[in-house]
Write a protein that binds this ligand. Structure first.
Ligand code: HEC
Length: 180
């Protein structure tokens, strides 16, 4: 709520971005605290504290992309386009290099958020101030985007593949940027 980024969660983007950067960021600490207490209470955060570390460990173990698969075209594409920024070393997830095994875009039941991020990136004003992820809409074909999304789903989660990915990518490209 304060900065729009967090070690263990996705970055604030799209229409939610100004809510944080132009609104919540300017509130006094006491208001942010009150909101945090409220949200923690409605989702029983105190009762679920012990689940946090095991969940992070599981996500990082699932993050097994890239090992021993260097001839796979999806691995090559991911390594060339994404891995230079999305890696994490010994100190665990870093908020400015979101670990893709943890961000929800890869584990949602619908791939739209992930496809949007790959197409349009994250602007300097959206997530962490001054930090940018480039968009790939001009560089990648629909097949490239579908291939990376399918690869991340397979290597960074234990969830079932998304169906009809390439069609979905084409539909999102055709739809353009929408309201943002
Ligand atoms: C130049 C560095 C860079 C490259 C290259 C890059 N990213 Fe990112 N990415 C970032 C940064 C930085 C953020 C977080 C932005 C922020 O916090 O403002 C991000 C955010 C994301 C998120 C959103 C996480 C969330 O908050 O939900 C996803 C998903 C993602 N990237 C996937 C990819 C994929 C897939 C590729 C390759 C096609 C890629 N990125 C290439 C730097 C990069």
């Amino acid at each position: 709520m304060r900065t729009g980024i967090s070690r263990f969660h996705g970055t604030v983007m799209g229409p939610m971005s100004p809510v944080v950067h132009k609104g919540l960021a300017k509130l006094p600490d006491s208001d942010i605290e009150a909101l945090a207490v409220y949200f923690a209470d409605i989702n029983d955060a105190a009762g679920r504290g012990s689940e946090v570390q095991p969940a992070i460990q599981r996500a990082l173990v699932v993050d097994r992309g890239g090992r021993g698969q260097q001839y796979d075209p999806a691995v090559r594409l991911y390594t060339a386009a994404c891995a230079s920024c999305h890696y994490n070393g010994g100190n665990g997830p870093h908020p400015l290099r979101p670990d893709l095994a943890i961000v929800s875009a890869v584990s949602l039941s619908d791939p739209t958020n992930l496809i949007q991020v790959i197409f349009y990136g994250v602007g300097a004003q959206e997530g962490a101030p001054g930090v940018v992820m480039p968009g790939f809409i001009h560089g990648f074909s629909d097949a490239d985007v579908a291939r990376i999304a399918a690869y991340l789903r397979a290597t960074h989660t234990n969830l079932a593949p998304w169906p009809d990915l390439e069609k979905k990518v084409a539909a999102i490209r055709a739809q353009g940027r929408g309201q943002e």
